[in-house]
Design a protein around this ligand. Structure first.
Ligand code: MG
Length: 385
């Protein structure tokens, strides 16, 4: 039995992880579940999975949890501080850490888990985007392994199994569904509402990542994520609206390998949890009778200019990733709150990136400082609108 900690268990990836674990009760048990505020769902998860530890970040959610549950059973302890959380993440009892929380706020616990040699299943792409170099160096020192819980990166990881020589890989091609506005006229982009932006045609995900998918900022972050995970800058993107081919790898002989499945996060989660074995995911298999064709085409960079930002940041390096990510997180939140328009998101993010000083990254604090500066510059620009 392997002990699993799920950071962000009440979110979309957290819930899917618990579903995969339910299919494999003989292999995994729950060490820790954490959430920000959703104590109601945490009560359900507590009753069903009896974790050894629970952590609710928000103090009023902690209180509501205790009020509702009454006395907590003897097998479970409720953690009340970040310190206690770090102790559980560092302890030998925890073997696998699933980082499924949203945003760069996840970086500190991810750092702890990597430092203490855990197998880290990383759905929190923001942490890796901003601190890829630090986390890679740390995992080399500690012997931790970082697994992508992103369908594209999981696909690339699978295509690279059996490749003995890194030099035989010529490029990685990430696919993207194109999001809800693939076929919308660019002249109509200014009228896009938050409700339209969070209705993804293929994937059922949280609000932040759904907006990122619609602007293709998600693909931009994924290019950076792939750069850190697979140590290459040769990364292209193709639009694949059917969401069946999750990514491809091209080799020096011009042959390609691709990974296919229905679009269901349970598959990359099961791959990470079970690796190197394949385990049950609880997902369905592809029904080729229902799929009339599989299409792949180049993205429209005029409609989705956010894709260009990946290459600029990879060329610049340093704190540019943190600045990009923080500006985007603030803009998406402002768009969802009705403070800025859809087109303002890219305008503001690229302006913040152009006007910021980029520094080298030597330690986590360099990232947090850049993150904070970028957020305040972004908020100033948002308030001017
Ligand atoms: Mg993805």
């Amino acid at each position: 039995m392997k002990n699993v900690a799920i950071l962000g268990s009440t979110g979309s990836v957290g819930k899917s992880t618990l579903e995969v674990i339910k299919q494999n009760k003989d292999k995994f048990c729950i060490e820790l579940l954490t959430a920000h505020t959703n104590y109601e769902l945490m009560i359900e998860q507590y009753n069903e999975f009896s974790p050894r530890y629970i952590y609710l970040e928000d103090p009023s959610a902690q209180k509501s949890f205790i009020d509702r549950v009454g006395s907590i059973n003897k097998e479970t302890a409720l953690l009340t501080s970040e310190n206690e959380l770090n102790n559980v993440l560092s302890s030998d009892a925890t073997e696998i850490v699933v980082a499924a929380m949203v945003g760069v706020a996840g970086l500190k616990p991810v750092y702890q888990a990597v430092k203490h040699k855990k197998k880290v299943l990383l759905a929190n792409k923001e942490s890796y985007v901003v601190a890829g170099e630090i986390l890679n160096n740390l995992s080399q020192e500690s012997g931790s392994t970082i697994f992508p819980i992103d369908s594209e990166h999981s696909a690339v990881h699978q295509c690279l199994q059996g490749v003995k020589d890194q030099k035989s890989v010529s490029r990685i091609i990430l696919t993207g569904s194109g999001g809800p506005f693939l076929n919308r006229e660019i002249s109509d982009f200014e009228n896009i509402t938050p409700k339209e932006a969070i209705s993804h045609p293929v994937w059922n995900m949280g609000d932040k990542i759904s907006v990122d998918s619609s602007t293709m900022m998600n693909k931009c972050l994924e290019i950076i994520e792939a750069r850190w995970l697979f140590q290459t800058k040769n990364i292209d993107v193709l639009i694949h609206p059917e969401g069946i081919i999750h990514s491809l790898v091209e080799f020096t002989d011009n042959s390609m390998l691709a990974q296919l499945s229905v679009p269901d996060m349970k598959i990359p989660i099961a791959y990470g949890l079970g690796y190197p074995s394949k385990i049950h995911s609880g997902s369905s298999s592809i029904n080729f009778e229902e799929i009339s064709s599989l299409t792949l085409k180049k993205p429209d960079l005029q409609k989705f200019p956010a894709l260009n930002l990946a290459k600029s940041c990879i060329d610049i390096g340093g704190t540019s990733f943190a600045i990009l990510n923080a500006a985007n997180e603030e803009c998406v939140a402002a768009f969802l709150a009705g403070k800025i328009t859809y087109l303002d998101i890219y305008q503001i993010v690229s302006k913040v990136l152009d006007n910021s000083t980029i520094n080298d990254v030597k330690e986590l604090n360099d990232i947090f400082e850049a993150d904070e500066r970028s957020r305040s510059t972004t908020k100033e620009l948002i308030n001017k609108i």
